[in-house]
Design a protein around this ligand. Sequence first.
Ligand SMILES: Nc1ncnc2c1ncn2[C@@H]1O[C@H](COP(=O)(O)OP(=O)(O)O)[C@@H](O)[C@H]1O
Ligand SMILES: [Mg+2]
Length: 279
Amino acid sequence: MSGDSITTPVPGDSALATAAPTTKRRARIMAVTSGKGGVGKTFISANLAAALARRGERVLVLDADLGLANLDVVLNLHPKITLHDVFTGKATLGEAILPAPGGFEVLLAGSGLVEYSRLTAEVRDQLLKIIETVAPRYDRILLDTGAGISDVVLYAVSLADEVLVVTTPEPTSMTDAYATIKLLATQQQRTAIRLVVNHVGRPGEGRAIRGQLQLVVDRFVAPMLAPDAPALKLDLLGEIPLDPSVREAVQRRRLLMELLPGCAAALAVNALADRLMTA
Ligand SMILES: Nc1ncnc2c1ncn2[C@@H]1O[C@H](COP(=O)(O)OP(=O)(O)O)[C@@H](O)[C@H]1O
Ligand SMILES: [Mg+2]
């Protein structure tokens, strides 16, 4: 977590003040990010949240893709109140957090809030404050971020305890994942990054991709770090096969875990949840 503290009042302060923590334990916050767009971040965030909720965790998915949010579309939710209203002080956090199908909760950004795609002091303060406020109420918070290496994405990721980078075996996706990993290592001093390889064509492809990325990291990123810095380790959380069921669920605006729980991709998401809860 960033050690920043808010010293100046920001709009929405009073709204946030009503959201008192209910427990002392704090959520584990994981940012779900990628180098390239369209690799499955939102699909994974929503379905992993459902899998974790089934395992008894209290989970919040925060739509942190502020410029190009689509979690609402995937979940078929049409919120009247969004993060935008919390940012502007028109609504409380409690009003903006919605139950999602799948037994978890969501805080939606609302589609096309391009005004928040720039990292202004207000966006910084609000995001930090919102996360600090909700953290004590959940076991886990997933930040579904935008793709790429914009300052908003990097800032949202900096608020997370751990980072999950999603890539596919496609060379462009891997190159962009590498660029993201490099920034996380050099700018945020991350020493461990989780990896999910989505769209795999054969079992074991995820391991091979992790190996390839780790080689490039060892060769090119390690020399950029301080001499005494620990080596950056990529940890394969799992792989998800390319599965037509995913598209079908998205088109029907349903969670894969609910619509087709026995399909290969759903089983792979369950394996991710199991691994996340033990490692
Ligand atoms: N494992 C998969 N198999 C088949 N299609 C997938 C898979 N993962 C994602 N997709 C497709 O890719 C599209 C983009 O995924 P999305 O989660 O919106 O990406 P992102 O959030 O990274 O931009 C989805 O609408 C879905 O149809
Ligand atoms: Mg997305």
